[in-house]
Write a protein that binds this ligand. Sequence first.
Ligand code: ADP
Length: 194
Amino acid sequence: MNGKDIQQAQGQSPEDRGSSKPASPNPKYVLRIRRIMVPIDFSEYSVSALRYARAFAQHFGASLILLHVNEPTVFPSELGYAPIAAETLDQQLRDDAHNRLKALAAECALEGLKADAEIRVGRPFNEIVTAAQELDADMIIIATHGFTGLTHVLMGSTAERVVRHARCPVLVVRENEREFVAPAAESGEKQRQD
Ligand code: ADP
């Protein structure tokens, strides 16, 4: 069976490729993606995962949950820092992260997407997995790397642990891989040329 036969067997003509038309009018299974969680550490990588999440949300009519996890600051007490200073700093960091998430949510709203900003405190992978379950996320879209950006390792530790422990499917977006998200105008132009 060559590529053309396979497309025809799947009810897909070459013209349908790249369009969002379902392959069959009576599909046996449908994808019900209503809520997509996007963990954001504000690195370029996580913002690129958000581009995928926005495109998926548009496609499936889903809403987005933008989640940032604040790791509590640990000050060495022998240096004379009072715990109250750490608490104040953490509160400031949380407020700042919340404002930045709300700004990203507002950008999504301009595209007609519903996006909620969620802040949690703790270990990132743990909080991401727990929040996804508590908030009923159907899918998590996460980048392979974050601030550490050790690109020689396949995945950073947060991404890897989320993949291992999440109770829902996880789409892992790797930088410089074959991209399938593109600006809408550009992809429309390409489809017309094809
Ligand atoms: P690295 O080790 O290269 O920093 P990570 O696995 O820590 O890679 O990060 C991968 C992704 O995990 C980030 O792009 C982000 O989506 C998510 N992530 C990491 N830390 C946090 C955090 N504190 N809050 C929300 N998401 C996070």
